[in-house]
Write a protein that binds this ligand. Structure first.
Ligand SMILES: [Zn+2]
Length: 169
Protein backbone atom coordinates (compact mmCIF):
# COMPACT_ATOMS: atom_id res chain seq x y z
CA UNK A 1 0.00 0.00 0.00
CA UNK A 2 1.17 3.52 -0.67
CA UNK A 3 2.45 5.87 1.97
CA UNK A 4 -0.36 7.04 4.26
CA UNK A 5 -0.40 10.83 4.58
CA UNK A 6 -1.92 12.02 7.86
CA UNK A 7 -4.62 14.64 7.74
CA UNK A 8 -2.39 17.18 9.49
CA UNK A 9 -0.03 17.09 6.48
CA UNK A 10 -2.65 18.56 4.12
CA UNK A 11 -5.01 20.68 6.24
CA UNK A 12 -5.12 22.56 9.52
CA UNK A 13 -8.92 22.28 9.66
CA UNK A 14 -10.72 19.50 11.47
CA UNK A 15 -14.12 18.08 10.60
CA UNK A 16 -17.21 19.87 11.92
CA UNK A 17 -18.27 16.76 13.78
CA UNK A 18 -21.65 18.24 14.78
CA UNK A 19 -22.65 18.20 11.09
CA UNK A 20 -21.83 14.52 10.59
CA UNK A 21 -23.45 11.28 11.68
CA UNK A 22 -21.52 8.46 13.27
CA UNK A 23 -20.39 5.84 10.78
CA UNK A 24 -21.05 2.64 12.65
CA UNK A 25 -19.89 -0.63 11.13
CA UNK A 26 -18.51 -0.48 7.58
CA UNK A 27 -20.66 -2.59 5.25
CA UNK A 28 -19.54 -1.36 1.83
CA UNK A 29 -16.81 0.54 0.02
CA UNK A 30 -17.29 2.97 -2.88
CA UNK A 31 -14.64 4.14 -5.37
CA UNK A 32 -14.63 7.64 -6.93
CA UNK A 33 -12.52 10.04 -8.97
CA UNK A 34 -12.62 13.77 -8.29
CA UNK A 35 -13.94 14.45 -11.81
CA UNK A 36 -12.28 17.84 -12.08
CA UNK A 37 -9.52 18.56 -14.60
CA UNK A 38 -7.02 15.82 -15.47
CA UNK A 39 -4.22 15.56 -12.93
CA UNK A 40 -1.03 13.54 -13.11
CA UNK A 41 1.36 15.37 -10.83
CA UNK A 42 3.55 13.27 -8.55
CA UNK A 43 4.25 16.34 -6.40
CA UNK A 44 3.27 16.03 -2.77
CA UNK A 45 2.44 19.76 -2.62
CA UNK A 46 0.22 19.68 -5.70
CA UNK A 47 -1.75 16.75 -4.35
CA UNK A 48 -2.09 18.22 -0.85
CA UNK A 49 -3.35 21.48 -2.37
CA UNK A 50 -5.93 19.65 -4.47
CA UNK A 51 -7.21 17.62 -1.50
CA UNK A 52 -7.53 20.81 0.54
CA UNK A 53 -9.39 22.58 -2.30
CA UNK A 54 -11.87 19.70 -2.41
CA UNK A 55 -12.32 19.84 1.37
CA UNK A 56 -13.04 23.56 1.19
CA UNK A 57 -15.54 23.10 -1.62
CA UNK A 58 -17.35 20.41 0.36
CA UNK A 59 -17.40 22.48 3.56
CA UNK A 60 -18.76 25.40 1.50
CA UNK A 61 -21.68 23.14 0.57
CA UNK A 62 -22.49 22.98 4.28
CA UNK A 63 -20.92 19.57 4.78
CA UNK A 64 -18.99 18.50 7.88
CA UNK A 65 -15.75 17.89 6.01
CA UNK A 66 -14.31 16.51 2.79
CA UNK A 67 -16.82 13.85 1.72
CA UNK A 68 -14.36 10.95 1.27
CA UNK A 69 -12.59 8.93 3.94
CA UNK A 70 -9.44 8.35 1.89
CA UNK A 71 -7.93 10.00 -1.17
CA UNK A 72 -5.25 8.49 -3.42
CA UNK A 73 -2.91 10.63 -5.53
CA UNK A 74 -1.12 9.81 -8.83
CA UNK A 75 2.02 8.78 -6.92
CA UNK A 76 -0.04 6.29 -4.92
CA UNK A 77 0.02 8.22 -1.64
CA UNK A 78 -3.06 7.69 0.51
CA UNK A 79 -4.45 10.76 2.29
CA UNK A 80 -6.56 10.46 5.40
CA UNK A 81 -9.79 12.36 4.70
CA UNK A 82 -12.94 12.37 6.78
CA UNK A 83 -12.32 10.38 9.97
CA UNK A 84 -13.63 6.82 9.76
CA UNK A 85 -15.84 7.25 12.81
CA UNK A 86 -17.94 9.77 10.83
CA UNK A 87 -20.32 8.89 8.01
CA UNK A 88 -19.03 10.17 4.67
CA UNK A 89 -20.76 12.28 2.01
CA UNK A 90 -19.99 10.68 -1.35
CA UNK A 91 -23.06 8.75 -2.63
CA UNK A 92 -26.41 10.50 -2.36
CA UNK A 93 -28.82 8.45 -0.22
CA UNK A 94 -26.24 5.67 0.24
CA UNK A 95 -23.66 7.06 2.64
CA UNK A 96 -24.63 4.86 5.56
CA UNK A 97 -21.85 2.49 6.57
CA UNK A 98 -20.14 3.30 3.27
CA UNK A 99 -16.39 3.89 3.18
CA UNK A 100 -15.56 6.40 0.43
CA UNK A 101 -12.19 6.30 -1.37
CA UNK A 102 -11.38 8.71 -4.18
CA UNK A 103 -8.56 8.83 -6.74
CA UNK A 104 -7.44 12.42 -7.48
CA UNK A 105 -7.97 13.34 -11.12
CA UNK A 106 -10.42 12.73 -13.96
CA UNK A 107 -10.47 9.25 -15.51
CA UNK A 108 -13.04 9.61 -18.28
CA UNK A 109 -10.39 9.65 -21.02
CA UNK A 110 -7.10 9.06 -19.27
CA UNK A 111 -6.31 5.90 -17.30
CA UNK A 112 -5.24 6.28 -13.68
CA UNK A 113 -1.49 5.90 -13.06
CA UNK A 114 -0.06 2.46 -12.31
CA UNK A 115 0.98 3.76 -8.88
CA UNK A 116 -2.51 4.92 -7.98
CA UNK A 117 -4.12 1.69 -9.20
CA UNK A 118 -1.63 -0.43 -7.24
CA UNK A 119 -2.28 1.66 -4.16
CA UNK A 120 -6.06 1.52 -4.62
CA UNK A 121 -5.95 -2.25 -5.00
CA UNK A 122 -3.93 -2.79 -1.84
CA UNK A 123 -6.04 -0.24 0.03
CA UNK A 124 -9.22 -2.09 -0.98
CA UNK A 125 -7.73 -5.45 -0.10
CA UNK A 126 -6.76 -4.22 3.37
CA UNK A 127 -10.08 -2.46 4.01
CA UNK A 128 -12.08 -5.48 2.80
CA UNK A 129 -10.22 -7.74 5.19
CA UNK A 130 -10.33 -5.30 8.10
CA UNK A 131 -14.05 -4.59 7.81
CA UNK A 132 -15.08 -7.98 6.34
CA UNK A 133 -16.52 -6.46 3.20
CA UNK A 134 -17.01 -8.89 0.28
CA UNK A 135 -16.06 -7.98 -3.28
CA UNK A 136 -19.78 -7.72 -4.14
CA UNK A 137 -19.95 -4.76 -1.77
CA UNK A 138 -17.03 -2.93 -3.35
CA UNK A 139 -18.81 -0.62 -5.78
CA UNK A 140 -18.18 2.46 -7.88
CA UNK A 141 -20.21 5.66 -7.64
CA UNK A 142 -21.99 5.09 -10.98
CA UNK A 143 -23.19 1.68 -9.83
CA UNK A 144 -25.48 3.50 -7.38
CA UNK A 145 -26.61 6.59 -9.25
CA UNK A 146 -26.28 8.09 -12.74
CA UNK A 147 -22.90 9.86 -12.73
CA UNK A 148 -19.70 9.78 -14.78
CA UNK A 149 -17.76 8.98 -11.59
CA UNK A 150 -15.25 7.27 -11.32
CA UNK A 151 -14.65 7.86 -15.04
CA UNK A 152 -14.78 5.23 -17.81
CA UNK A 153 -11.12 4.26 -17.46
CA UNK A 154 -11.15 3.79 -13.69
CA UNK A 155 -14.47 1.96 -14.02
CA UNK A 156 -12.79 -0.48 -16.44
CA UNK A 157 -9.94 -0.98 -13.96
CA UNK A 158 -12.42 -1.67 -11.18
CA UNK A 159 -14.29 -4.18 -13.35
CA UNK A 160 -11.02 -6.00 -13.95
CA UNK A 161 -9.92 -5.85 -10.33
CA UNK A 162 -13.18 -7.34 -9.14
CA UNK A 163 -13.25 -10.22 -11.59
CA UNK A 164 -9.68 -11.26 -12.32
CA UNK A 165 -8.32 -14.17 -10.33
CA UNK A 166 -5.38 -12.08 -9.21
CA UNK A 167 -7.59 -9.13 -8.25
CA UNK A 168 -9.91 -8.57 -5.31
CA UNK A 169 -12.31 -11.46 -5.92
ZN1 LIG B 1 -18.09 9.87 -7.08
Amino acid sequence: MGEVVPRAAWTTSGPIASLARPMGRIERITVHHDGMDEFDSFSRQDSARRVEAIRRAHVNLGWADIGYHYIIDPAGRIYEGRPMNLQGAHVRDANEQNLGVMVLGNYMRRPPTDASVASLESFLRTAMRQHRVSVQRVMTHREYVPTACPGDRLQTMMNQLRTSRTGLA
